[in-house]
Design a protein around this ligand. Structure first.
Ligand SMILES: [Zn+2]
Ligand SMILES: [Zn+2]
Length: 91
């Protein structure tokens, strides 16, 4: 079973459950953004970028999730599968 670790992709700062983000400028709701995958629980805004509290840099929210366990060098290529019916040359 793979484990997902959450930390800043730029400085590796690990957010704690007590760290909060604010939905600005209109909603101003404070919440832990990793509880909702970057979605404001009040207005429903999807925050694609998340600011780091340590280095103050914005990074795409998905970049904060890192898989741990297993070899880093071992990557499975899941892309490139085609579901095309074979064209049989009839005639
Ligand atoms: Zn950072
Ligand atoms: Zn909001």
């Amino acid at each position: 079973m793979r484990e997902i670790k959450v930390y800043c992709p730029k400085c590796r700062w690990v957010p704690r459950p007590s760290d909060l983000w604010m939905c600005v400028p209109t909603c101003r709701r404070l919440w832990h953004t990793f509880d909702t995958c970057g979605v404001c629980p009040r207005c429903g805004k999807n925050w694609e970028d998340t600011q780091c509290h340590a280095c103050q840099q914005f990074s795409p929210h998905i970049d904060w999730y890192h898989e741990s366990g297993g070899n880093a060098a071992e990557q499975s290529a899941a892309a490139g599968k085609e579901a095309v019916a074979p064209a049989t040359g009839a005639g």
